[in-house]
Design a protein around this ligand. Structure first.
Ligand code: 7MF
Ligand code: ZN
Length: 883
């Protein structure tokens, strides 16, 4: 146990900083074990501070202090300052304003396994400073509302560190004795220290250009390890696409002459938007048709765009404090979602985003770690980079977009940029800009920022044939969340469309309104409200929450027949898919109960008929078509159950898959054969769609115990010219009994052993398999020479995939999965607290399981809590999970 409970930071305690830092001149002498850092800071007292005599308190962790100098004079004596484990306090600050403080310290990147601050990745030195990593580089006011201009000089060995990078423009460079050289970088824009970055190493660069809307020429550079130069073309294209899109849709132009991206293999998360020098996990940069799947290609483009979009929503305008994280993250995720929708298929992108939100964010919002998108307290800020901040945050911005419309939303974002450029601001400032630009009031809407939990909308309807009216009664209710027992009604946009029984669109005309439209956005603001539609000659089917217009759960009684009708007639692509998912979901829910009660399983023919009809139609968007044919995931089904029964869910879902494969075998085979091609390097929507629908068919067909069909998978594996097809084939071979399973797994490893990202897939695939020997396989893989607890991607591939993507085996009734995970978390606690803490999430939802599993899961959480020298990261998540 730790000596004292770690401290909580509260939003209500926010005060402006006592000091401001205007200029930062950094000087690094780089070395793996002893890097020398000199920071020359130009500071002054903050006139806005209430305390004009406060001492200067700088944050610093794991630093070896060498000396401190004030105003370029004498070295400070030991009596002039106090050094603590995580701070440096300087008394008797000069009267003269501004003043200059020079601090010299050393750091050891080699022992930095937490990968925060300055660390080593395959011999390359690189930094990660968000949220509070800069304090591991030098003593500083490490908070986002302290913004300064940075000049950085890097000195290093020419052979080890031929490339020396930092933010901004390269303004000088030169040679030194003993095979050393130096480079000076200057970033003219003020920024908080979390956006600082440096990279030094043996890197190769690919280069291209972008001409901005105002005609400026920007140099674009991607730096990678030498073996990866052949996997950068897609990332470069993605960057150019993102730059063009941000100009067209938001009027945002890039502001430096140089934009650099560096790919590193040891990285705690996806990527980082450091000004002018983004650092990326290799996973979100490197792609070649034979090494990356279609979904990898799409994610790379999305993440490149996300980091690029931060230049305006995050860097030019940043967060006042970390409670405002969703200000930059929610908005930037909304922007990257829209970008990807425009680049690929809007319908498919929306479905994928909503699926993620409903499986992961809804679970978080229903559990012990529920928090509003603007949280009020945290112990460790790294724990608050959550699906709630990101994905629900994006949904809240999307609702503003829905309520205002694209044009008025743009007026709001223009005003936000104009008002706050160069500032560190709050979510409140964002909402105020939206209000002021459009002359609207969003008073009630603000509750979305402060209230946690997923609202439940209950909808009932009444058709009056005499009056030709349809009344929709909608009520909202939000369950209590930790610290928030009582919830206020929210302002919820509910997009609705009506469809006549013959499939034609019925007009939406609200009582008392002269407007009639094909769909309307109802403003639900009360706990319960009636909406009356007039002029309806017959009773229409109702399509509610089109496009998933709000992050809520919808409760509405609908028959299988009505759902089947919507599946074939709804003109809203999201709701059409949703009707199919509801239909199949209801069937699977019934089958889960049958499994639990040992009843014979039988699939309602209406489901088979609905699938047959989907299969019989000509679909232009083949990716959308494959989503219509896909079953809800085990995780999504689990979310719908009062007490999660992983075995019953798996059994029922596999039964449905097998039955559909049996009943629709001919259609699925034809579809497979019609779309199977021997193609590589084609990434147009057509080719991607063909692969997706074909592989969806293969997944069904390989559920059948038919050697001929099993051979289709084997053949596809052997002849595949792209990773999408190779992976899809190997996946069905690993997830189903298959004669060539062992052999193909071994061949795949042989083929790809030198491509780390492909080997991650090899680990993850086996860890997520429902095959009976999976737990033994996972244990064996932990001892595989390619496994390494020092590489976050590998940890996520093996331990993450097993605990988060394999409900059946992770939740084994004997608790071996829980014990295994706790062992790894305890091992990671000291090695990499951020990654350790993220791995706990699989245990957090223990209340959703039966009593036996609850006891086993909480026992492991308790065990984690008793870890010696427990980190703040792990402590916060484990203790709140148990609370
Ligand atoms: C797309 O947000 C969406 C989310 C913080 C690190 C990247 O740009 C970021 C960084 C975490 C979790 C998710 C994402 C990021 C981080 C991310 C990346 C791409 N500011 Br932690
Ligand atoms: Zn981000």
């Amino acid at each position: 146990m730790r000596d004292a409970s770690p401290q909580t930071t509260y939003l209500k305690d926010y005060t402006v900083p006592d000091y401001l830092i205007h200029k930062v001149a950094l000087h690094f002498v780089l070395d793996e074990e002893r890097t020398e850092v000199t920071a020359r800071l130009t500071l002054s007292r903050n006139p806005a501070s209430l305390s004009m005599s406060a001492a200067l308190v700088l944050a610093g962790e794991n630093l070896t202090l060498q000396r401190i100098i004030l105003n370029d004079g004498e070295e400070l004596a030991a009596a002039d300052y106090v050094q603590a484990a995580d701070s440096l306090t300087i008394y008797n600050v000069p009267q003269q304003q501004p003043f200059v403080l020079t601090i010299e310290n050393t750091i050891n990147p080699k022992i930095n396994t937490a990968l925060e601050g300055l660390y080593l990745s395959n011999g390359m030195l690189c930094t990660q400073c968000e949220a509070e990593g800069f304090r591991k580089i030098t003593y500083f006011l490490d908070r986002p509302d302290v913004m300064a201009t940075f000049t950085t000089t890097l000195v290093g060995d020419k052979s080890r560190y031929p490339v020396l990078l930092s933010n901004g423009n390269k303004i000088a460079h030169g040679e030194l004795e003993a095979n050393r050289h130096w480079v000076t970088w200057e970033d003219p824009f003020t920024k908080p220290c979390y956006l600082f970055a440096l990279v030094a190493g043996q890197l190769e660069c690919i280069e291209d250009h972008f001409t901005t809307q105002s005609g400026r020429d920007i140099s674009l550079q991607i730096f990678v390890e030498p073996q990866d130069v052949d996997k950068c073309a897609h990332a470069m294209q993605s960057l150019q696409n993102a730059m063009r899109w941000d100009e067209a849709v938001y009027g945002c132009e890039y502001d430096l002459d140089l934009y650099m991206i560096v790919a590193v293999s040891h990285f705690n998360m996806g990527a980082m938007e450091n000004k002018g020098l983004n650092v990326f996990n290799t996973k979100f940069v490197l792609a070649r048709p034979d090494t990356a799947t279609d979904s990898d290609y799409e994610h790379i483009e999305g993440v490149i765009a996300h980091e690029y979009f931060h230049n305006w929503t995050g860097n030019r305008i940043t967060c006042r404090d970390w409670f405002q994280l969703s200000l930059k993250e929610g908005f930037t995720v909304f922007r990257d979602q829209e970008f990807t929708g425009d680049r690929t298929s809007k319908a498919v992108k929306r479905i994928e985003d909503v699926t993620m939100l409903r499986t992961r964010q809804f679970a978080e919002d229903a559990g012990p770690l529920a928090h509003p998108i603007r949280p009020e307290a945290y112990i460790e800020i790294n724990n608050f980079y959550t699906v709630t901040i990101y994905e629900k945050g994006a949904e809240v911005v999307r609702m503003l977009h829905t309520l205002l419309g694209a044009e008025r939303f743009r007026k709001g974002s223009d005003l936000y940029f104009a008002r706050h450029d160069g500032q560190a601001v709050t979510c409140e400032d964002f909402v105020k800009a939206m209000e002021a630009a459009n002359g609207v009031g969003l008073v009630q809407f603000r509750r979305w920022y402060s209230q946690a939990g997923t609202p439940v909308l209950t909808v009932s309807r009444r058709y009056d044939s005499q009056a030709q009216t349809l009344t929709l009664s909608i009520s909202q209710e939000c369950p209590p969340t930790p610290g928030q027992a009582v919830k206020e009604p929210l302002h919820i946009p509910v997009k609705v469309g009506l469809i006549y029984p013959d499939g034609t669109i019925a007009p939406c005309q609200l009582q008392g309104s002269a407007d009639s439209a094909e769909e309307v956005i109802l403003a639900l603001t009360e706990a319960a409200q009636d909406f009356v539609f007039t002029g309806l000659s017959s009773e229409p089917a109702v399509s509610v929450l089109r496009g998933f217009s709000a992050p809520v759960k919808l409760v509405m009684e609908r028959s299988l027949t009505e759902l089947a009708f919507l599946l074939s007639h709804d003109s809203d692509t999201f709701n059409r898919w949703e009707a199919g998912q509801q239909l199949i979901g209801q069937a699977i829910t019934g089958l889960i109960a049958d499994v639990q009660n040992n009843r014979e399983l039988r699939l309602d023919p209406i489901i088979i008929e609905a699938f047959r009809q989907v299969l019989a139609q000509p679909w232009e968007d083949l990716s959308y078509f494959s989503l219509l044919l896909s079953l809800p995931s085990e995780t999504y089904l689990a979310e719908q159950m009062p007490v999660i029964d992983v075995v019953a869910i798996h059994t029922a879902r596999e039964f449905v898959k097998l039955t559909l494969a049996e009943q629709l075998q001919n259609a699925l085979q034809t579809l497979y054969l019609n779309n199977h091609r021997d193609e590589s390097g084609c990434f147009d929507a057509g080719a991607i769609g063909r692969r997706r629908i074909k592989n969806t068919c293969l997944n069904y067909l390989c559920a059948l115990d038919d050697p001929a069909l099993k051979n289709w998978a084997h053949q596809q594996f052997k002849t595949a010219k792209n990773m999408t097809d190779q992976m899809a084939a190997l996946t069905v071979m690993v997830n189903n009994p298959h004669y060539a399973r062992r052999q193909c797994l071994a061949e795949f490893y042989q083929q790809w052993q030198h491509e780390a990202l492909v080997i991650d897939k090899w680990f993850a695939l086996q860890a997520a398999s429902p095959a009976p020997d999976t737990f033994a396989t996972v244990q064996a893989l932990m001892a595989h020479p390619a496994f390494d607890l020092g590489t976050p991607n590998r940890i996520r591939a093996l331990i993450g995939a097993f605990s988060q993507a394999n409900p059946l085996h992770f939740h084994a009734a004997n608790g071996q999965g829980y014990q295994f995970l706790a062992d790894q978390i305890i091992a990671l606690n000291t090695l990499n607290p951020q990654v350790a803490s993220r791995m706990i999430s699989a245990l957090t939802s223990w209340r959703r399981y039966d009593a036996g599993r609850q006891a086993l899961m909480t026992a492991q959480l308790e065990r984690i809590m008793s870890t010696e020298a427990i980190s703040k990261d792990v402590y916060e998540i484990a203790s709140k999970s148990l609370a």
